[in-house]
Design a protein. Structure first.
Lengths: 287, 85
């Protein structure tokens, strides 16, 4: 079983456990408390730790290996530790989240803002999805929520996620701090791609596992249904999918597969199925 | 080993300019607001409001595209012995 589900799922998948959406996300400010500086939030703290790790990669390879090993320990993830936890989900799983979470809002993507200086200033440009009460504080932090947020109902959110899936973005379920029930707090469904997603990049280029855990599925090709069109190859963000020239069919490295389902949703032949990760003896502990 | 030196006195509005950020094949650069304040949006056109740094420097191949594209001549590639890998 997925260790996050094991710990925070309460019998179901952790992101389907309503306790992890409990609305009291932030500590209540008491009179006399100093106002919090920007950068003291869990997201920024997590970012700083990962920044140190990247610096170490260049300057001190031994220290780098040590820091990565430490950062990959499960207790380092929210809510026990400081590192922002995220897991790959399929479009269908992301849609299920839309039925549980409230509110849901389209907002600008902070990663693309940082990495490619992408400007997303209104609902037609936004490419990220925020969940929960954090969305109500967008007016307080206009730099973090450029142009504000665009609230969506569950159906609109599902269509919105499908739009990004079609365009070739995979979904990461992001946590932002802890929920009062003791679990990670569900804060967003990102539409991600390499290299502009900081989380995907942290995982692929630096081996930071908690940043982007693999999902509950693994993709499998039916070689008879497949006609070798190659559309799936363009859609894989993880380098798991190559075109096997000899077979004239795609080849999925199931160890590298994150189970995002992009290859499946793009396949015109319906030749790709998402199989439960835990049905593979060698993959069930690979997250 | 490669270093990217950015002269902040020349590179003053990196978010608005964004040429190096978009041209880099390895997406090495990052840009961020120098200061984030409550109830205030940072204007990317105001000099000094945003700053640029080579965050993913270990991925830099030294191709020099950023140096060539920079309209201010603010980026310098410094090559030292040893590899990035």
């Amino acid at each position: 079983m997925c260790w996050v589900c094991d710990e925070y799922g309460d019998g179901t998948r952790w992101f389907l456990n309503p306790q992890n959406y409990a609305r009291f996300m932030y500590t209540v400010k008491r009179p006399g408390d100093a106002p919090k500086e920007y950068g003291s939030d869990p997201e920024a703290q997590s970012g700083r730790i990962l920044g140190e790790i990247m610096t170490a990669k260049m300057q001190d390879p031994e220290k780098f290996a040590e820091l990565v090993k430490k950062a990959n320990q499960r207790d380092m993830a929210f809510p026990k530790g400081p590192i922002q936890l995220a897991q790959t989900v399929t479009l269908d799983e992301a849609k299920e989240v839309c039925d549980i979470s409230y509110p849901i809002a389209a907002m600008f993507c902070l990663c693309r803002h940082h990495v490619r200086a992408q400007e997303e200033t209104n609902e037609h440009e936004y490419s990220c999805t925020g969940l929960g009460v954090g969305m109500f504080k967008s007016e307080r932090w206009p730099e973090r929520y450029k142009g504000g947020v665009h609230f969506m109902d569950a159906d609109e959110a599902k269509e919105w996620l499908a739009k990004w899936d079609k365009a070739g973005f995979m979904h990461l379920l992001m946590t932002f701090g802890a929920s009062p029930s003791g679990g990670p707090y569900m804060g967003g469904i990102c539409n991600c791609s390499y290299p502009d997603c900081l989380a995907v990049r942290g995982r692929l280029d630096y081996g930071l596992e908690l940043n982007a855990l693999k999902g509950h599925y693994v993709a499998k090709v039916d070689y008879d249904l497949c006609n070798g069109c190659g559309i799936c190859v363009q859609r894989c963000q993880f380098g798991a999918l190559k075109f096997e020239v000899v077979k004239d069919r795609p080849n999925i490295d199931q160890f590298r597969c994150f189970g995002c389902g992009l290859c499946q949703s793009g396949c015109p032949q319906n030749a790709i199925t998402m199989v439960e990760r835990e049905s593979f003896p060698a993959l069930k502990e690979v997250w | 080993m490669i270093k990217i030196e950015i002269d902040a006195s020349k590179c003053t509005t990196p978010f608005a300019c964004k040429k190096c950020l978009q041209v880099c094949p390895q997406a090495v650069f990052m840009v961020a607001a120098a200061k984030v304040e409550k109830f205030k949006e940072t204007d990317p056109k105001m000099p000094g409001n945003y700053f640029l740094w080579a965050h993913y420097i270990d991925k830099c191949t030294g191709c020099g595209d950023c140096v060539n594209v920079c309209p201010e001549g603010a980026i310098k590639l410094v090559l030292e012995e040893g590899s990035n890998g």
